[in-house]
Design a protein around this ligand. Structure first.
Ligand code: KG4
Ligand code: ZN
Length: 334
């Protein structure tokens, strides 16, 4: 059996993370330093601040991960690092750390795609069976990815404007809720009624793409109009109506794609996987269908390095090796 030990490094956004994974499945160390407290006062991630925190945290987090696993760099078989997509200045810290380690310890370097990581996070929970469909929904991404076989990714749909989490955060800001707003909207939505009519962006017939900016603008306009006319608007009703729109579109397109592609499994990934409305609606939609729905625990849904080590392990087995010329690629394609 394959028991290679892969070190994963992730710095694409506002989490500095290092993990060590054995055999692509067994997490023997998983350290994540979140920067949310630093970005909160700005209402979103400030790229310059993110980079600086990564620099400050990286060596400490690396040591913590090795200590947690009771291993030294000698025990590591390969180093997987997120090369993109993400914030270029943030990615560079991870990529340069990985290159320095690979050079100093003469270890294979494996540049890894962030979304491949989100998808392979599910492998830490369960065996993946192909073909499968993954719905990746986070602050930076909204994508439907079809996988015919191991390591073969086909993006069949993606957002044309805001990511789902981004829409949540912007709507939350309109309602004067703290950053990141997703969990706050989710909580409010559970107390409200779906009483406000909001649009659903289905796009062209048969399209698996998404669009959330029209919905976001509709929410903002509803709030402004209510203010101008001095009518009371219940934030919980607005949250419930907004969430219903997002969830309906995500679930309908995921279900339709799963049927069209005849998949065995449907995987959920990204921070928005925490959303109660989305989880419940997906469970209901896939109940009784031929596809198995896999929803990992939240700490594997949000950004972490165990997912990068897991995806890196698959690439390593397929013989992928990156050179020491590896560069951060903010627009990297899957
Ligand atoms: O995956 P993640 O931690 O970081 C990115 O790569 O973006 O996702 C963060 C996003 C934020 O936009 C946050 O508001 C959203 O996930 N989020 C939620 C919930 N919890 C987190 N959105 C909706 N409902 C939630 N319960
Ligand atoms: Zn992510």
């Amino acid at each position: 059996t394959n028991q290679e030990i892969i070190l994963g490094i992730e710095t694409s956004c506002d989490e500095t993370a290092v993990a060590i994974v054995k055999g692509g499945k067994e997490v023997i160390a998983n350290v994540v330093a979140s920067q949310i407290e630093s970005h909160k006062r700005f209402g979103g991630v400030v790229p310059e601040i993110a980079s600086r925190h990564h620099v400050e945290q990286m060596t400490l987090i690396l040591k913590e991960a090795l200590d947690e696993a009771k291993l030294s760099m000698d025990d590591i078989d390969g180093i997987a690092v997120t090369e993109g997509p993400g914030l270029v200045g943030a990615l560079l810290i991870g990529v340069n750390t990985a290159k320095a380690l690979a050079f100093a310890h003469q270890k294979p370097l494996i540049g890894t795609h962030h979304i491949a990581g989100h998808i392979y996070a599910n492998q830490l929970m369960t065996d993946l069976t192909y073909p499968l469909l993954a719905l990746v929904v986070s602050g930076g991404h909204t994508e439907l990815v079809y996988m015919e076989a191991e390591g073969e990714f086909k993006v069949i749909g993606e957002t044309r404007d805001d990511a789902a989490g981004e829409a949540y955060d912007k709507v939350a800001r309109t309602l004067q809720l703290p950053y990141p707003g997703g969990p706050h909207i989710d909580r409010l939505a559970q107390e409200g009624e779906e009483s406000i009519d909001l649009p659903r962006a289905w796009l062209e017939k048969g399209s698996y793409d998404f669009s959330f900016s029209g919905l976001k603008s509709a929410v903002i306009n509803t709030v402004h109009n209510a203010k101008q006319r001095n009518v009371e608007l219940k934030p919980e009703d607005l949250a419930a109506s907004f969430q219903a729109s997002v969830v309906e579109v995500l679930v309908t397109k995921t279900l339709r794609a799963a049927e069209e592609y005849g998949v065995n499994q449907v995987l959920l990934a990204g921070g928005v996987a925490a959303n109660s409305g989305l989880r419940n609606a997906l469970k209901e939609a896939f109940d009784g269908t031929g596809a198995e729905l896999v929803i990992p625990p939240l700490h594997y849904c949000t950004d972490n390095a165990a997912m990068i080590a897991a995806a890196g392990t698959i690439a390593y087995r397929k013989g992928k090796r990156s050179s020491l010329q590896l560069n951060a690629n903010p627009g990297l394609e899957l």
